[in-house]
Design a protein around this ligand. Structure first.
Ligand code: NAD
Length: 508
């Protein structure tokens, strides 16, 4: 009975914290620090209300019969297609002129019958979890996705606390966003939703308080809207530019930020192979997720000579044993206006396969770069790779971790694997504070040094190899015994955070 009750309590957050608990036990973490880190500092939930535009909603099959005789209307302007098959109506043009409307229904030439949906007011649930700020201002991305929850944001915010410590940048951890599928709203609606979101967030964030960045479903444009709303009307608004990172380069973003997460992952993979006197050249890889992280990681790994065999995204999977060109795939997904869903499906140089088959393709590396929890114990049993290099946050469940260890499949854990993004976010914030602009070469050379140094410390903790070299010093962190790589990464994070509490003490 007790087992059942305990199992029922397992949530995304408690699962994500299992590695924290394990590492805290191993290093004998100060009990007060442990309590400080076990739960977030603050959990904010609020609502964002916005008036949406009128829409055209596809008519159900049954209703279509009633409008067989409705003549077709020629509308070429003022409609914006959405990924859910609806159209946003821009302006009132559609409702005037020679458009035939019957009972609120119109027929569009190629698209069929639609119901006119009047403009509606909608409420969206929004979150910001601020996990810890012992090492610096809260820092973490903004996710716009239909499947988010407080539990998920708690887990992701805690991950940011560990990641900023591992990257050794002076920030803490946070995460937030809105429960929304952004593909179902027009750009103009998303702008208004984002402005309202920042209006509500304004008291919580700031360049020295909490610094959001892009995550799933958000991008530099969303960051620019957030900056505008935060700084609107402020006399010294240029000093506030560091309130968000991941901005467009032209308005204070950093060179190299868009690629940074994929770049950091590629540096880790390069280092993993360097340890084995090899390089990524000639290695094959599978990729899940072709968004910011996945597409850039793929491009950089291919430029290092690796071969991309298959890509799985939210809509399906493509495969080509001869290799997929990531740049051509970017053109197909992001530059083709007809690809409204931004899906890899339909890419001409590859065949479509099932997600089940995707996991079973033999390759050297698997790069999960989509959402969390995708590599379950069952998937971990089936994959045929030597290395899992985590670009996504929390892609591997704790049960799957055990399977991977049992099968001797190696791991580059997310908190170092995807730390490149937040590291360059820090560089962006620094450039904003100093009113500087660094070149991409400067950014990348700092990033390479930072990622590889911290990767080496983690590797030394895992293999219990305390040492000081010209590039790194792992003596302070090794335990006197070997540990798995994920635990090693957590040990590095906890020791760095604990030092702040030990040296600065607690304000009572
Ligand atoms: P994105 O929105 O740009 O892309 C997400 C990709 O995942 C898309 O290709 C989408 O089709 C795919 N996807 C969504 N649901 C899926 C599913 N159920 N199965 C398969 N594929 C699915 O997001 P992103 O910014 O590239 O982030 C990807 C991951 O990397 C997330 O876990 C995010 O938290 C993490 N991450 C991102 C950054 C960053 O700088 N953007 C930094 C660190 C970590």
């Amino acid at each position: 009975m007790r087992m059942v009750a305990e199992k029922a309590k397992r949530t995304i957050y408690t699962e994500a914290m299992e590695v924290f608990e394990r590492a805290a036990d191993l290093i004998g973490l100060d009990p007060r620090v442990r309590l400080e880190l076990e739960e977030p500092d603050y959990e904010h939930i609020f609502y964002v209300t916005v008036k949406l535009r009128e829409r055209l909603v596809p008519l159900s099959k049954d209703d279509q019969k009633k409008y067989q005789d409705l003549p077709s209307s020629r509308v070429t302007e003022g409609l914006e297609p959405l990924a859910d098959g609806r159209f946003i109506i821009r302006g009132k043009a559609l409702l005037r002129g020679d458009v035939a409307v019957k009972g609120g229904v119109i027929r569009l030439n190629e698209h069929g019958l639609f119901r006119l949906e009047p403009a509606q007011v909608r409420r969206f649930k929004a979150y910001r979890v601020q996990h810890n700020q012992a090492r610096g201002p809260y820092k973490g991305g903004i996710r716009y996705h239909k499947e988010v929850s407080l539990d998920l944001f708690k887990a992701l915010a805690a991950e940011m606390t560990w990641k900023t410590a591992i990257a050794d940048i002076p920030f803490g951890g946070a995460k937030g966003g809105i429960k929304i599928d952004p593909r179902h709203y027009s750009k103009e609606e998303l702008e208004r939703i984002t402005l309202r979101f920042m209006y509500r967030l304004k008291d919580l964030v700031g360049p020295q308080r909490d610094i959001p960045a892009p995550d799933v479903g958000t991008n530099p444009e969303v960051m620019s809207w957030m900056y505008r709303q935060y700084s609107d009307g402020e006399r010294e608004r240029h000093n506030l530019r560091g309130v968000v990172t991941g901005k467009d380069i032209r308005i204070g973003g950093s060179e190299g930020r868009v690629k940074a997460t994929g770049q950091g992952l590629a540096y880790c993979v390069e280092e993993w192979y360097a340890d084995r006197n090899q390089s990524p050249k000639g290695q094959t890889f599978l990729l899940q997720g072709f968004g910011n992280v996945g597409s850039n990681a793929a491009d950089i790994l291919c430029s290092m000579g690796a071969k991309l065999l298959a890509v799985n995204d939210a809509d399906g999977t493509i495969f080509n044993p001869e290799g997929i060109d990531p740049q051509k795939l970017v053109a197909h997904v992001y530059e083709n206006p007809k690809n409204i869903k931004r899906s890899v499906l339909g890419f001409p140089d590859a065949q479509e396969i099932s997600k089940k088959d995707f996991w079973e393709i033999p390759a050297d590396i698997l790069v999960p770069a989509a959402l969390g929890g995708e590599i379950t114990a069952d998937v971990a049993e089936r994959i045929k790779v030597k290395l899992v290099a985590e670009g996504a946050n929390g892609p591997t469940t704790p049960d799957a971790d055990k399977v991977l260890q049992g099968r001797k499949i190696e791991l580059i854990p997310d908190i170092i694997g995807n730390a490149g993004g937040v590291t360059v976010s820090y560089y962006e914030w620094l450039q904003n504070q100093r009113m500087e602009h660094w070149t991409e070469a400067e950014v990348n050379s700092r990033l390479e040094r930072a990622i590889k140094t911290n990767y080496r410390i983690i590797r030394d903790i895992a293999t219990n190899n305390p040492r000081r070299t010209a590039a790194h010093d792992s003596r302070r962190y090794c335990l006197g015994r070997e540990v798995d790589t994920r635990t090693a990464a957590m040990i590095l994070a906890l020791k760095r955070i604990e030092a702040h509490y030990q040296l600065e003490g607690f304000s009572q």
